[in-house]
Write a protein that binds this ligand. Structure first.
Ligand code: AMP
Length: 328
């Protein structure tokens, strides 16, 4: 069976961006593929979290994976740091990853600009660790959001480079996978860019209804269109993108018509959007509350997942060692 791998960093709760960019695809793929879904705790070390925070955040994401419907009977759910084989491949990939190409990665440049006092080697080699995570299972598909496109290109480049250097056809070049065929970018509520934990503009799956309503009602808008059929400014387009994602087609069309005829009332749009988000997240939130206290169950899920992932990764490492020339 073909293999799928993806992960999410445990740096806080899952938000709508994580759900529609990644998790929704996990749910679909687990039905048909041999899936490995992990919690990227090594990747989260670039921001130097406290030990207690790592433990708590890993549990949080694990509970949310399960609450969203990722099924441990179907997919291997594991914590990245439980599969040490990944580190060996990370080292091999780093030996053939060049400073220039790593420095050119947009997300690295962005981090180097915004946090100049913490431009660490982990940040620089983020794409090689991501590549190791994926190709250690010889994955063919990676369900990720649009923000990961450049990392995916790097990942394919590293897989291809390994094959070329050693004259083998060993690692497949994995493709990004997206629900509708087109990578999803869920926008934030602050009028620009993507929804993200560090951007402070996110709606979390675990948010209670009042928090969601407050966040949505505060979303940036403007004074409204004055000319029929005028293009939407980014902040407004973002609200419509969110409507498209969580609301019915009728709702979207209704507000779109109101916009095009200059009759839109953003307050009404936001109220509807908030209710549609609440309707979507409420069942997930209830499940999160149910599963989060069952640490015995979660530990069992993570242990079983890690065992499956280690078995798959160890096989690859054995073969990679032979290809590289390590014997015995
Ligand atoms: P991260 O939270 O950066 O570890 O991202 C985990 C996954 O969620 C990756 O597959 C991202 O592509 C996806 N993701 C995060 N934010 C968004 C967003 N705003 N829109 C779409 N996908 C996202």
């Amino acid at each position: 069976m073909e293999i799928v791998v993806s992960g999410i960093r445990p740096t806080g709760n899952l938000h709508l961006g994580n759900y529609f960019g990644a998790i929704r695809n996990f749910l679909r793929l687990q039905e048909e593929y041999n899936c490995f879904f992990f919690i990227a705790d090594w990747h989260s070390l670039t921001t130097h979290p406290k030990p207690g925070d790592i433990t708590a955040n890993v549990r949080k994401i694990l509970a949310e994976y399960l609450a969203c419907g990722i099924d441990p009977e179907k997919a291997a759910i594991y914590v990245q740091s439980d599969v040490k084989e990944v580190l060996e491949l990370y080292l091999y990939l780093n030996m053939n990853a060049y400073l220039g190409e790593l420095e050119r990665v947009t997300s690295f440049k962005e981090k180097a600009r915004t946090q100049p006092d913490n431009v660490n080697a982990g940040l620089l080699t983020y794409p090689t660790l991501m590549a190791a995570d994926v190709i250690v299972h010889k994955a063919v598909k990676v369900p990720v959001g649009k923000d990961q496109e450049q990392n995916m290109e790097m990942l394919r480049k590293f897989a291809r480079r390994f094959n070329t250097i050693y004259g083998v056809d060993y690692f497949p070049e994995p493709a990004s996978y997206s629900f509708a065929g087109e990578a999803t970018k869920v926008p934030g509520l602050d009028g620009s860019g993507k929804m993200g934990k560090s951007e402070g503009n996110a709606i979390y799956l675990a948010d209670d209804p009042d928090t969601i309503r407050k966040k949505v009602m505060k979303a940036v808008t403007d004074s409204g269109p004055t000319v029929p059929d005028s293009p939407k400014p980014e902040a407004i387009e973002n609200l419509f993108t969110l409507l498209k994602i969580v609301s019915s087609a009728d709702t979207y069309n209704y507000f779109n018509d109101r916009y095009n005829t200059c009759a839109i009332r953003y307050g009404d749009l936001k109220k509807q959007l908030a209710e549609d988000i609440v309707a979507f997240t409420s069942p997930i939130r209830e499940k999160i509350l149910g599963v989060v206290s069952d640490t015995v169950y979660m530990d069992r899920v993570a242990a079983t997942g890690a065992e499956r992932a280690r078995e798959s990764a160890a096989r690859t490492i054995r073969e990679v060692r032979e290809i590289i020339g390590f014997r015995g």
